[in-house]
Design a protein around this ligand. Structure first.
Ligand code: MIG
Length: 800
């Protein structure tokens, strides 16, 4: 041991008293006697950014997570001081900063209640090994506080009492509580006393969150390097916290093509071509709707990205075209590892251009993946991303591939400790050169981003489609995602449900699981129950490792095939509803799935619910999560709900038993909702939509619903060629009024609506459309509660 140096272990260090305060518009900086600077940026009335340096010098202010499109601006900002504190006041928040030690406490500006307060606050440990600091923050948990979010953690919704790590990791056959897994989304929301706030710790190093696990009333987060740099986002509604976090880290850059919301079929692997065709033909033969078919790594020549196996796929362009003629979009996998092979042009080019990652002392980062020894592009270099994006030209433009699936981008490396790059690997980090310690968590994100750029370029004028396994906050701007290598067990069905809800709460709604499980094989019952859940996930794909038997909808016998078909058909009928929910997400950052706590935080019953969730705005779904069930108990949130199957009305705010044999599942529709439906199609665009079905659920009272439509693909919608219908329903004892407000220039193919009236408590005696009475026979009243009328109406009166 070397003694007598200045490198003594210093333990935790703390800021001392403030000696200087400066204000530069909305950036306030506070300097302490021991050289710590806290910079508070008021981004919005409800969003404060806190950033600390222990040396007086901040790093270059660069983030992959924060989008340049994030909203900024505030209504009010005032900084005052008293003996103890500097006091920052906006129209939503009051933030005290202690003159003694930089500790902060934040209050609701309206009712002055305490929202969030530092315990030790910011502190740090100097890192002898790496330089810089281990940066830490601790806050006092408030009475009854709960925590949610954090991306893909496979745990119950409420995170209280647990500790987590953020370090994206290839996690084959992970299970409940495995941590960390594929994604790093260092954002959580907290809820106490009916008020919610969020914290986004924008630090890409290995980071940790502790929610009252180490100490009962303390919440803390820390990272192995970088800056203590976090955003405080106030609600008080949790849905606003999530919306604002999503605004900050970005919404999808474009709407997905409607077909991407259809059903996808995948396996490792479908090959050769004849096998692919066998699968796709079977879908059409059995009339099970399907829009996409996947090629896993075996389509390549020796696992070389951007090549095709001549043996298995002699003429990919022809095959892709034939599949397309049958309504199937072909999606291929692309991994980051590039095989070391001087005769392989992608490798040769990457090497010549110096695009591969290197170790600290100069050698290339060599790692074993599917192709054998590989080098890996440094996707954190913008020039490399540009190069990578151009590699998709042939696949997309020439061959006609419609989507690309990025796997192994944690990055995963075989047969090494940690299953990834060593820490010393160097990265460009968009001009902020660093080691893998800092770049690891965003490597996969930057790969997906580069892939997205390629797809966007070469799919044009159609929309791009990318799927990624690894992700950091903000990745939702470019791509969809799946939850990785799960297992075919009942517990994993529950985990998939939790992960999808949690991802939606973490700003990343375009998510789904490998339906049926990746590892091992489900029985028919598990597969059917998983499909029932999967049709409510924004990304809906069956995938399996392929070595445990077949996992297609028909693999488990006729009874199961029929159940699977029935539910996939529901998915296709609900496409306009899901597309509208997606539009709300892409436009406003509203999550597509809402955990009950997000839906109704004031009802404390919701704080510990896991299985039930709201799909879009109006549909409540709850999977059956065990074998041999004829139904289940579930919590119905407050309000009144129609049973989707029977139209029976249930009063919420209580737990109820719901019948759900294998061919059914608990689905409810909020009263007053208007649910748009398309006819069942075998793939998106198979049929021209001649009539829009509107399922109208009567309510005594008012409710609003929306229907968003556009050309289903392409960019015309950005120029205003979309159709947005806003319906206001208002029900009285003997009358139902529906007002329609239409905006956008897109003209839908259909001319009429078919209204299915559910739960109408009276017999219709008169109908007026825009104040003109229409003879009932002209409305083609089929049965009592169906009527057909022009899509152009402004106001409909149904009178009893
Ligand atoms: O080491 O490409 O999660 O979906 O089928 C396994 C083969 C690599 C892992 C992915 C999985 C995919 C598989 N991949």
């Amino acid at each position: 041991m070397i003694l007598n140096t200045e490198l003594e272990y210093k333990g935790n260090l703390f800021p001392s008293k403030i000696i200087k305060y400066e204000k530069n518009l909305n950036v306030l900086s506070f300097t302490t006697a021991n050289g710590v600077v806290l910079e508070v940026t008021v981004r919005r009335d409800s969003i404060l950014r806190f950033r600390f340096t222990t040396t007086g010098i901040f790093e270059n202010d660069f983030s992959y997570a924060i989008t340049k499109y994030a909203s900024r601006g505030y209504n009010h900002l005032e900084v005052t001081e008293d003996d103890k504190n500097y006091i920052i006041t906006t129209s939503k928040l009051i933030c005290n900063i202690s003159k003694l030690d930089l500790r902060t406490s934040i209050f609701d500006a309206k009712d002055k209640t305490l929202i969030c307060e530092d315990e030790l606050g910011f502190h740090w440990e100097e890192s002898y090994e790496h330089g810089g600091d281990v940066v830490k923050m601790s806050k006092t948990a408030q009475a009854g506080e709960s925590y949610f979010g954090l991306g893909d953690k496979p745990v119950d919704n409420n995170l209280k009492g647990k500790r987590f790590e953020n370090w994206v990791t290839d996690s084959y056959a992970y299970g409940r509580d495995t941590d960390p897994i594929y994604k790093a989304i260092p954002f959580y929301t907290a809820l106490h006393n009916k008020k919610s706030y969020g914290i986004f710790f924008d630090n890409t190093f290995r980071s940790f969150f502790d929610f009252c696990s180490e100490r009962r009333n303390i919440t803390s987060f820390w990272a192995h390097g970088g800056e203590m740099n976090y955003y405080f986002i106030y609600g008080p509604d949790m849905s606003d916290v999530v919306v604002n976090y999503t605004d900050l880290t970005g919404k999808p850059h474009e709407m997905p093509a409607l077909w991407t919301l259809g059903y996808h079929q995948c396996k490792w692997s479908y090959y050769p071509e004849s096998n692919v065709k066998e699968i796709t033909s079977k879908f059409r033969e059995l009339e099970i709707p399907c829009d996409a078919i996947y090629l896993d790594i075996d389509y390549m020549e020796g696992f070389r990205c951007f090549t095709w196996s001549k043996e298995y796929f002699p003429d990919p362009k022809r095959m892709v075209k034939e599949l397309a003629d049958d309504g199937f979009k072909t999606i291929v996998i692309i991994d980051p590892g590039i095989k070391i092979d001087m005769d392989y042009s992608v490798f040769k080019e990457g090497l010549d251009k110096d695009y591969f990652c290197k170790r600290a002392d100069g050698p290339y980062m060599k790692g074993k993946v599917w192709p054998g020894e590989c080098y890996f592009p440094d996707f954190t270099n913008p020039e490399v991303r540009e190069w990578w994006s151009n590699l998709f030209k042939e696949l997309v433009e020439d061959i006609g591939v419609k989507g690309v699936w990025n796997d192994m981008n944690e990055p995963a490396v075989m047969d090494v400790p940690g299953k990834t790059f060593p820490n010393d690997v160097r990265h460009d980090y968009d001009g902020n050169q660093c080691s893998h310690r800092k770049a690891h968590n965003i490597y996969g994100m930057q790969m997906a981003r580069a892939t997205y750029q390629g797809l966007k370029k070469f799919s044009y004028p159609k929309r791009p489609f990318v799927i990624t396994r690894a992700a950091y906050s903000g990745t939702q701007r470019y791509t969809s995602s799946w939850t990785g290598d799960n297992i075919a067990t009942w517990d994993h069905l529950t985990i998939a449900n939790l992960q999808a809800q949690r991802m939606c709460m973490s700003g990343f709604s375009f998510i789904g699981s490998d339906i049926g499980g990746f590892a091992e094989q489900p029985n028919g019952e598990l597969y059917a129950r998983w499909i029932q859940l999967g049709i409510f996930h924004p990304f809906c794909r069956t995938h399996s490792s392929g070595d445990h038997g077949d996992q297609e909808p028909w693999a488990f016998g006729k009874t199961i095939t029929d159940v699977v078909r029935k539910f996939i058909e529901i998915r296709y009928q609900l496409l306009p509803y899901l597309y509208t929910a997606f539009w709300r997400y892409a436009e406003d950052g509203v999550p597509i799935l809402k955990s009950l706590v997000l839906y109704d935080q004031e009802d404390t019953q919701t704080h510990y619910r896991n299985d039930e969730f709201i799909f879009g705005e109006k549909i409540l779904a709850c999977p059956v999560t065990g074998p041999n069930q004829k139904g289940r108990r579930m919590y119905i949130p407050r309000g009144q709900w129609y049973n989707y199957w029977t139209d029976e009305v249930v009063i919420g705010g209580q737990e109820v038993w719901v019948d759900a044999d294998l061919d059914s599942m608990p689905i409810f529709v909020k009263e007053g909702a208007i649910i748009p439906k398309y006819p069942i199609q075998q793939y998106v665009g198979e049929k021209t939509i001649n009539e829009l079905l509107l399922d109208v659920y009567y309510a005594e009272g008012k409710e609003e619903s929306m229907v968003y439509e556009d050309a289903t693909d392409g960019y015309d919608y950005i120029k205003g060629r979309y159709s947005l219908r806003n319906f206001k329903l208002s029900g009285k004892k003997k009358e139902l009024i529906i007002q329609q407000h239409k905006s956008g220039k897109f003209v839908t193919t259909y001319k009429t609506f078919k209204l299915n009236l559910h739960g109408l408590p009276f017999k219709i005696s008169k109908v007026e459309v825009d104040n003109v009475e229409i003879p009932l026979k002209d409305l083609k009243l089929k049965g009592d509660d169906t009527l057909v009328l022009t899509k152009e109406f402004n106001e409909l009166h149904i009178i009893g």
